[in-house]
Design a protein around this ligand. Structure first.
Ligand code: DX5
Ligand code: ZN
Length: 229
C-alpha cells in the first residue's frame, strides 16, 4: 500500500476517468496522460446490475496495469463486490472502491481489500444517507462522494454533493476525499473549497484536444485559500 502515501503527498490530484478514452490505444492514452501531468487514473467498472450500464472488468484493469506506472484508482460499480476483490487486486489495482449500496457487508469487503494489501475506498450515491458510511469511513483510505448517479459519464454535477463533501471532510482528515461526476471548470473550485483531495474528471479532459492544458487549468482551479493542507 506504499503508493497511496505518494498520492497523499501530491494532493490535490486530478484523476482522468478512462471511460471515454480510446480503448484501441490504452498504452498511448496512458502515456499522453502521464505526459500531461496525471499521476493517477480512475477506472470505472460497471456490471449492468448495480448500475444500468456495462463497461469493462478484470482483463482491462490488467491491461492498464501493463500499460502504465500511474496509480490505478478502481471504482467498482458492481453488485456483491466481495466476490471479485481478489481478482481486481491481482489485476494490479492500487485502490479499490466499493459502493455501500452494493453489498450487505461493506466492512467485511473493506477488510478483504486490505487483506489483499490494496488501499480501500467507500463510495456513496447521491441519494444515500451519509450515516451509512460514517463508521465504515474510519477504516478506509478514501471516501468517494458521487456528484452524479453512478452509471454514466457526461452527466451534470449535482449541487447537493457540496454539503455532503463538506460533512465528510469535517468528520475526518484521515482519509482522502474524492468527488466523481460532472467535475469541470465550472464545478471544481467549489469542491476544492470544501476540502476535496481527489477530483475524478472524464468529459472535461477527454473532450479536449490537449490533455495537458485541460489538466493544468483544472489543477489551478483547485488552488483555494480554504484548501486543507
Ligand atoms: C460515473 C463514473 C464517473 C464518470 C465521470 O458513474 O463513475 O467516473 O465517468 O465522467 P464525467 O466527468 O464526464 O462526469
Ligand atoms: Zn467513477
Amino acid at each position: 500500500m506504499k503508493s497511496i502515501e505518494k498520492l497523499r503527498n501530491s494532493k490535490p490530484v486530478i484523476l482522468p476517468s478512462m471511460l471515454m478514452c480510446d480503448f484501441t490505444n490504452i498504452k498511448q492514452e496512458c502515456d499522453r496522460l502521464a505526459d500531461a501531468g496525471a499521476q493517477a487514473i480512475h477506472l470505472d467498472v460497471m456490471d449492468g446490475v448495480f448500475v444500468p450500464n456495462m463497461t469493462y472488468g478484470i482483463p482491462i484493469v490488467e491491461a492498464f496495469r501493463k500499460s502504465t506506472d500511474m496509480f490505478l484508482d478502481v471504482h467498482l460499480m458492481i453488485e456483491k463486490p466481495e466476490s471479485y476483490i481478489k481478482q481486481f487486486a491481482d489485476a494490479g489495482s492500487d485502490l479499490l472502491t466499493i459502493h455501500v449500496e452494493a453489498t450487505a457487508d461493506p466492512i467485511g469487503c473493506i477488510d478483504l481489500i486490505h487483506e489483499c494489501d490494496v488501499a480501500a475506498g467507500i463510495a456513496v450515491n447521491p441519494n444515500t444517507d451519509l450515516e451509512q458510511i460514517k463508521r465504515i469511513a474510519e477504516k478506509c483510505e478514501l471516501v468517494l462522494i458521487m456528484s452524479v448517479h453512478a452509471g454514466f459519464g457526461g452527466q451534470s454535477f449535482i449541487d447537493e454533493a457540496i454539503p455532503r463533501l463538506k460533512q465528510m471532510r469535517e468528520l475526518s482528515d484521515r482519509y482522502l476525499l474524492e468527488v466523481d461526476g460532472g467535475v469541470n471548470k465550472q464545478t471544481i473550485s467549489r469542491c476544492a473549497d470544501v476540502g476535496v483531495d481527489m477530483f475524478v474528471v472524464g468529459s472535461a479532459i477527454f473532450n479536449e484536444e490537449d490533455y495537458g492544458s485541460a489538466i493544468s487549468q483544472l489543477a489551478i482551479l483547485t488552488e483555494t485559500e480554504n484548501k486543507n493542507a
